[in-house]
Design a protein around this ligand. Structure first.
Ligand code: HEC
Length: 406
């Protein structure tokens, strides 16, 4: 909608008033609204000028939510100056490094930065929701109505909009009932609105574009992030992050699934498997020539990007506690079984079942299936040999295991 990026005529006077006399005003971005953003540069300091002209726009929700988030310890841009009559707001500049470009430049850091983004949501969801309108049925219906109102006509499709809305009325109560707790829904939480900033106390992440925030379902922002319309989040990353989010969330719709797969059950299950007579090669200590072990180690630590196999360690972690599945605190999360020191024939058997699509199991098994589907037999042997030869973190002799709970 933005047609020009010429700064509003009122900007220089506003900036002078705000103590930024003579600063240069550089166009930054517009969005699907009348709002426009400019960068204000004055010697070494920078800020962002938001132009949200009334009557089309109202900067007050942005200011209120920014202050709420700041008060809760998140990095929303600080409000430096405001003129509500003109719709001008001077805000802190978070720079240009968005999550999107950050992961493009450093693909290996993708998992880590997405974990931080999910940790941020988990923090947000533990706190009281902002004083904003509820994400209620009317809003849901308005949003789903965009499909029949805009998309279908654009394709020349004739649809029964009333029946469509009635169908939503039948299923939306399920979402409404599971919205517990009701949280601040930022609503545009995705790779182009999350800024990488140099502030460890906020997990290095700055928030933008939250002016439409509502109080609603805790899954909403998680889905915005993982089913991002602006960047293809790899399915195995999405699956891993969903599993990870279940470990960080205090409660919610996914809780029953996580509870179903408790740590004890996983342990019982692996004891059961470990006690079974192996059907594969004869049991014995892990063996493998140097080349095989090197390949196994590479698969474990780096994956096989050319085959779409992520590093096993990115989910299963390492015995020193790194990885999505091993909480920093040292406590093991039940989601990702420990692989170190497991019997090689057992590992081979499990991995083979997955590559053949026969392992079955619950939602977690599908995560694993997606990750290892393309492994070839010799690669399976190699990664199994690698893990079988490692010291289990929980073993008495494991010197690195000290930080972990039994
Ligand atoms: C995207 C996350 C993810 C990645 C990457 C991943 N796994 Fe898994 N893995 C899981 C999950 C989740 C489970 C638990 C599934 C279940 O037991 O149903 C699992 C289970 C396993 C098991 C069964 C362990 C047991 O004790 O029953 C083995 C063996 C295994 N993974 C090996 C590997 C290997 C080898 C790699 C690397 C090639 C790998 N995994 C990569 C998520 C992952």
């Amino acid at each position: 909608m933005v047609t020009d990026m010429i700064p509003p005529a009122t900007a220089p006077a506003f900036l002078t008033q705000a103590g930024w006399d003579g600063a240069a005003i550089v166009p930054l971005a517009g969005d699907a609204s009348f709002r426009r953003y400019f960068r204000v540069v004055d010697g070494g300091r920078r800020a962002v000028l938001m132009d949200a002209p009334p009557p089309h726009e109202d900067p007050r929700p942005f200011i209120a939510i920014a202050q709420h988030l700041l008060g809760q310890g998140f990095a929303a841009p600080a409000i430096l100056a405001q003129d509500l009559t003109q719709g001008l707001v001077l805000i802190e500049d978070f720079g240009d490094e968005r999550l999107k470009e950050h992961v493009e430049e450093d693909p290996a850091g993708e998992l880590a930065v997405y974990r931080r983004a999910i940790d941020l949501l988990a923090d947000l969801h533990k706190l009281p929701a902002a004083d904003v309108p509820p994400y209620d049925r009317a809003v849901y219906q308005r949003e789903v109505g965009l499909l029949t109102e805009w998309y279908c006509p654009a394709l020349g499709l004739d649809v029964d909009a009333d029946a469509y809305h009635a169908a939503w009325d039948a299923v939306l109560p399920i979402a409404e009932q599971s919205a517990s707790p009701v949280v601040t829904v930022l609503r545009d939480y995705h790779a182009e609105n999350i800024m990488l900033i140099d502030r460890p106390e906020v997990r290095g992440l700055g928030l933008l574009d939250f002016q439409d925030a509502l109080a609603g379902h805790p899954a909403y922002d998680l889905v915005s992030l993982l089913q991002d319309a602006r960047r293809d989040v790899p399915p195995e990353l999405e699956a891993a992050m969903l599993a990870y989010a279940q470990g960080t969330r205090p409660s919610g719709i996914m809780q029953p699934i996580a509870a179903e797969l408790s740590g004890t059950e996983i342990r019982r299950l692996s004891e059961h498997y470990a006690g079974m007579a192996p059907t594969g090669p004869a049991p014995g200590p892990a063996t493998g020539d140097a080349e095989t072990l090197a390949l196994g180690r590479r698969i474990a630590e780096q994956g096989l990007p050319e085959q779409g196999v992520p590093a096993c360690a990115s989910c299963h972690g390492t015995s020193t506690g790194v990885g999505a599945g091993r909480a920093e605190a040292g406590g093991q999360q039940p989601l990702y079984p420990e692989l170190e020191g497991q019997f090689a024939p057992y590992l081979v058997q499990q991995l083979t079942l997955w590559t053949e699509g026969k392992r079955g199991g619950n939602a977690y098994a599908r995560i694993m299936e997606a990750a290892v589907r393309t492994l070839r037999p010799e690669q399976i042997e190699a990664v199994a040999a690698h893990y079988a030869g490692l010291q289990p973190a929980g073993s008495a002799a494991g010197t690195q295991a000290g930080e972990r709970q039994p």
